[in-house]
Design a protein around this ligand. Sequence first.
Ligand code: ZN
Length: 276
Amino acid sequence: MTQTAIDYADSHKEQHLNELIELLSIPSISTLREHIPDIRRAAQWVADQMVAIGLEDVRIYFTKGHPVVFGQWGKAGPDAPTVLVYGHYDVQPVDPLDEWHTDPFQPTIRDGNLYARGASDDKGQFFTHLKSVQSYLETAGRLPVNIKFMIEGEEEVGSPHLGEFIDEHLDRLSADIALVSDSHILAPDQPSILYGLRGMVYTEVVVTGPDHDLHSGTFGGAVRNPANALCGIIAALKDSDGRITIPGFYDNVRLDDEERATLARVPFDEESFRRE
Ligand SMILES: [Zn+2]
């Protein structure tokens, strides 16, 4: 079943590549208002693609921000697990434009790599999963698991409306496994499945000081320079081993022994890591 699906994907490589190029040509930049029509166009493209490959219940959900595209295939039976694939069709802005070797929205192949904004984050990734599903459905006529796709359009702005969307559609999105289709593989010959990610915290710190110059001879040492104070605050966030010192920061971070042992077996080349 798997080999025939792989053969199908191989023999349709050219066609699939052309479709990916079509998707990559849509400048779906979520941070810029002038690209709202492109965002809509990309959402529609993804929905059309889902229908074309044989997904069911395909729908574009309009949120208070950019739309979420949903599609599923659920005929593997109630005993088979259900996989929810997450991805995003929006992309980052492209400036400074003159640092691109080729137009970011005119996908170009160089040295066997496809260059375009979003090629590796995240259009290329979820497209791979869509095409994997298609390859199974076209050959075996079925999948070994039930599958759901949730492809959003606001990841690059912090997914401000995704939480609300998930709360509203919990039943529809329920799954045994959530697969994040928004990461990288370890090497071209080293596929990987991602099941956890670091979170992200950011904050704005404002440090204020005197509203006029102070004479160093009179006030130096007694009044702290805001620039020094800020440096101190930033430096205190980590200890000399790089561990974050904020109380409670690691409370919900968990990595058991089995996971550590598995991670230790992942091939790692320090040289290429440094180069990257
Ligand atoms: Zn991403």
